[in-house]
Design a binder for this molecule. Structure first.
Ligand code: ISC
Length: 476
C-alpha cells in the first residue's frame, strides 16, 4: 500500500454553481483527457487535478482504502454550502478485479470537482495548502483546468456550450448511418472512423477462448459450480492517438442508461451498479442475461416483444439471473435492516444489447452507531456472480486457470465516495484501459451456465465490445 499526501490537513470548499449556465449538464465538462468522471444523463461528478492518491494490491485493498479515506477526511476542514451526496471532499477510485492481480487499485483525490445532481450544480476545491479557500479562487482554478478555449473562456458567466456528440457505427438501435439522430435527447451523429485503427487478438485467440468456454461448461456439468463468468480482451491500435475526453463524451451521450466512468486511463460506460450509498439507503442494479439487439433484425413484431420472449422467457437466462441476484442479496443481507427486490426482472434496453435486470434496495443497519461505508460493502459484495460465478471461490480459481488474462480493473469496482460515506460504485464493464496514447485494451465477458454455446458467447462478447469500439471509431 502506498499513499501520496500533502503536508497539512485536508481542506475543502463547496459553492453552488448555476446549473442553467451549462444545459449539457455534467458531460459538458468532459473536455480534458485526464478528467476523472462518473456521469449518467446530465448528472455526475467530474474531477480535475490530483492532490492525493492511495494505491494497493491484494485481498485487503478495499479495507485499506477505506481506512486511508476515513483517516484523511476525519480531521478535514470542510466548508460546504450545498450539502448533497458528492459535495465536500470526494475521491474517485478504481479497484482491480482480482486479489491476486498486479494491477494497482487506487483512490484519487482531485483538486477540483464539478458536480451536477437534481438540477443543482456545485464546485468543490480541495487542498492541503495553508491559507483560505475562496469562491473566486475555486472558480479561477476550474477555469485553469478547463483551459480558456474549452468552456468558452468564462465559466461562471454562462459558459459550457451544449455539445453535439458523434457516434460511429449504428448500433442496431435505429441510429441512421450518415445522418444525425436523437438518442434520449442528445444529438448523436456518426463518428468518423479512426484512421488506420486496427484490432488485435488479446491474451487468447477466439478459438482458444471458445475452448475455454467449452471447458467451463464441462466443469459446470461435473457439478463443481453453477455459473462461471469468462472474459477476454482485444487490443486496438490507433495511430492518431486516443482522445479519452471524446470517448467519454460519446459514451455519455449514447449510453444514457449507463454510468460513464473515467479514472486514470480506465474508461467505459457500465450498466451495472454494484452499490450506491446515500445516507442509510443502499441500491444495486444486478444484471445477468444478455441479448444482442442486432439479433432482433428480421424478426416479426416489436423488438421489445422479441426481447421479452427470448430473455424473460428463457429458462437458461432466468437461471443465470437468479444466481446473480442471490449472490448480491445474500452478501448484502448481514448489513441490512430491510431489503427489497422486484419479484420479476425487467428488460434493460441499451443501444447495443438487452439485459435481464433487477434493482435491489436496502436500508442499511447501524453497527456500533455507524452504517457501513461503501468500501466496507464492496469488500463484502465483490466479486458478484455477474462477473465471477457461483460458488465464488471455485469460479475464481477456474477464471485464473481458463482465462489466461489479468483482468486488471475490468469487472472491478469503479466510482466515487465522499466524506459522509455516500458513494456510487459500478462494476467496470463495457470499458477499456488506455495503455499508451495509441493503444487501448478492451474487455468483455459472459456468464457461462450449463447449456452455454461457445460461438454464441463469443458473439456476445462482440456485442459487449461495441460501445467502446463505436466510441473509439473502430468498425468491426
Ligand atoms: C461480464 C460482463 O457482463 C456481465 C453483466 C451483464 C450481463 C452478463 C451476461 O449476460 O453474461 C455478464 O454477467 C461484461 O460486460 O463484460
Amino acid at each position: 500500500m502506498t499513499s501520496t499526501l500533502g503536508t497539512g490537513l485536508l481542506k475543502s470548499l463547496t459553492v453552488p454553481l448555476d446549473g442553467k449556465e451549462f444545459p449539457g449538464g455534467l458531460p459538458a465538462f468532459l473536455v480534458r483527457d485526464d478528467v476523472l468522471c462518473w456521469t449518467r444523463r446530465e448528472a455526475g461528478l467530474a474531477g480535475f487535478g490530483e492532490i492525493a492518491r492511495f494505491t494497493a494490491t491484494g485481498p485487503e485493498r478495499f479495507l485499506e482504502a477505506d481506512i486511508w479515506w476515513r483517516h484523511l477526511v476525519l480531521e478535514a476542514s470542510v466548508t460546504d454550502a450545498v450539502e448533497l451526496p458528492g459535495t465536500g471532499p470526494v475521491a474517485f477510485g478504481s479497484f482491480a478485479f482480482s486479489k491476486t492481480s498486479a494491477h494497482e487499485s487506487r483512490l484519487i483525490v482531485p483538486e477540483i470537482v464539478v458536480g451536477v445532481r437534481d438540477n443543482r450544480a456545485w464546485l468543490t476545491q480541495l487542498t492541503f495548502a495553508d491559507g483560505p479557500l475562496t469562491e473566486a479562487g475555486a472558480l479561477a482554478a476550474l477555469q485553469r483546468w478547463l483551459g480558456s478555449d474549452s468552456i468558452d473562456g468564462s465559466f461562471s458567466a454562462g459558459a459550457a456550450p451544449e455539445r453535439t456528440t458523434a457516434a460511429a457505427d449504428p448500433a442496431g438501435d435505429g441510429t441512421e448511418a450518415g445522418g444525425a439522430s436523437r438518442e434520449g435527447g442528445a444529438v448523436v451523429r456518426p463518428l468518423p472512423l479512426a484512421a488506420g485503427a486496427t484490432l488485435h487478438t488479446g491474451s487468447l485467440s477466439e478459438e482458444a477462448w471458445m475452448e475455454a468456454v467449452a471447458a467451463g461448461v464441462e466443469e459446470i456439468r461435473t457439478g463443481a459450480l453453477e455459473k462461471l463468468v469468462l472474459a477476454r480482451d482485444v487490443v486496438a491500435t490507433i495511430p492518431s492517438g486516443v482522445r479519452a475526453s471524446q470517448v467519454l463524451r460519446e459514451l455519455a451521450a449514447r449510453y444514457r442508461e449507463c454510468w460513464t466512468y473515467g479514472v486514470d486511463g480506465l474508461v467505459g460506460a457500465t450498466p451495472e451498479m454494484l452499490i450506491q450509498v446515500e445516507g442509510r439507503t443502499a441500491q444495486a442494479r444486478v444484471l445477468a442475461g444478455t441479448l444482442d439487439r442486432r439479433d432482433a433484425h428480421g424478426e416479426d413484431g416489436l423488438p421489445m416483444d422479441y426481447a421479452t420472449r427470448v430473455l424473460a422467457g428463457s429458462e437458461k437466462q432466468r437461471h443465470e439471473h437468479e444466481i446473480a441476484i442471490q449472490s448480491l442479496t445474500s452478501q448484502l443481507a448481514p448489513f441490512s435492516e430491510a431489503m427489497n427486490a422486484h419479484d420479476e426482472p425487467f428488460i434493460l434496453e441499451l443501444p447495443n444489447v438487452w439485459h435481464l435486470a433487477s434493482d435491489v434496495k436496502a436500508e442499511l443497519a447501524e453497527v456500533e452507531g455507524h452504517v457501513p461505508t461503501c468500501l466496507a460493502l464492496i469488500n463484502a459484495l465483490h466479486p458478484t456472480a455477474a462477473v465471477c460465478g457461483t460458488p465464488t471461490q471455485v469460479a475464481g480459481a477456474l477464471i485464473r486457470k481458463l482465462e489466461h488474462l489479468d483482468r486488471g480493473p475490468y469487472a472491478g469496482p469503479v466510482g466515487w465516495l465522499d466524506a459522509a460515506g455516500n458513494g456510487e460504485w459500478g462494476i467496470a464493464l463495457r470499458g477499456a484501459v488506455i495503455e499508451s496514447p495509441g493503444t487501448v485494451r478492451l474487455y468483455a465477458g459472459c456468464g457461462i451456465v450449463d447449456g452455454s454455446q461457445p460461438e454464441a458467447e463469443l458473439a456476445e462478447t462482440w456485442a459487449k465490445f461495441r460501445p467502446m469500439l463505436e466510441s473509439l471509431g473502430i468498425r468491426h
